[in-house]
Ligand binder design. Sequence first.
Ligand code: AMP
Length: 399
Amino acid sequence: MSNVPSIQDVDVAGKTVLVRADLNVPMDNGRVTDTVRIDRFAPTATFLADKGARVVIISHFGRPKGVRNPTLSLEPVAKALAKSLGREVGFAEDCVGEVAEKTVWAMKDGDIVMLENLRFHIDETENSDVFAQRMAVFSDIYVNDAFSCCHRAHASTYAITKHLPSYAGLSLKKELDALSSVLGDPERPIAALVGGAKVSSKITVLEALIPNMDAIIVGGGMANTFLLAQGHPIGASLAEPDFIDMANKIMATAKTHNCEIVLPVDLVVSAEFAANAQNETIPVGQDPGNGMILDVGAASIEDLTNRLSGLKTLLWNGPLGAFEMEPFGDGTFAVAKAAAELTKQGKLVTVAGGGDTVAALNQAGVSDDFTYISTAGGAFLEWLEGKELPGVAALTEQN
Ligand code: AMP
């Protein structure tokens, strides 16, 4: 269990509670197209309002870089939140200054208000103490409920904690508890499945995982560089030859830690990087010629599925293939379904995170069956690396 102070430990009745949420949701033409982040945050807003707090929600949206940009207003998000909560959510056209202050001073206990995009002010990403103070003037308590923003020391995740008593919201607490139970004292054997496009973007993650894992399953484009390092032909596949030495170093380090590096045993290759492109399955070692490796083959799926049955805990980041294009999601979906089935049977704890991973698991239809899925991208990876997340550290430092 994480030791951050929680909003469940404090009396919020009659208090103005400034809540940092991550409501940076997908939007198309002013319409919210995916409400996962809103729905995950909703219990915190309801909890606080029901306890009689005046709930003031802050969030960033997109990258306006300090410039007011009407297309990046949070107003449509406030409407979507109101719909999800089934109650009114007010809106103020600025997050600091007279507009924000007047709106907040007019609130009653149990009211909910959202303030305009934090990043309309450059001070937010600069972690400005003065900017944080301008939000603290109308607030009594600060709550962070945005795990996905905790890897950034911004005014709304870091500086603000120097001005107000600070607590974790329900979803942040839940996320930290789920993650710390997996890396803190996991049930063994434990393996990490790390896939995705490039080795270079996840080297530090791979290195950090080695001492903690019994096995690391490498998939997706990343596996190609490892196959190259082992001397196998990979044709025209995505790979990073500059990282062959690094792949060899990772395999050698893993050996000294008794951590098995698991690579595909067969590959689905195609001459075209396109949906429904003609393809064939070849064993590792066979030259794909001009073909590109776009997924793992049936023998790899069987191998991975068998391995899952011998595990107690699985951590997952990154797809096993170019899952967005049919049929190259087959490997990812089949292994995801096997992991979900074992989880349902109570035999495996499964924790996954990262934007593409969440999309792939959704597409496989298994999101509800995994033990925990983190929607955070950067914060999830930094947490996997064992880095201290400034937004979380700020909550524990104050005690
Ligand atoms: P990442 O953000 O590093 O997790 O990478 C995810 C992306 O990797 C997805 O868009 C996949 O389509 C892509 N990907 C996975 N495997 C392959 C592959 N063998 N070749 C090309 N792209 C891949």
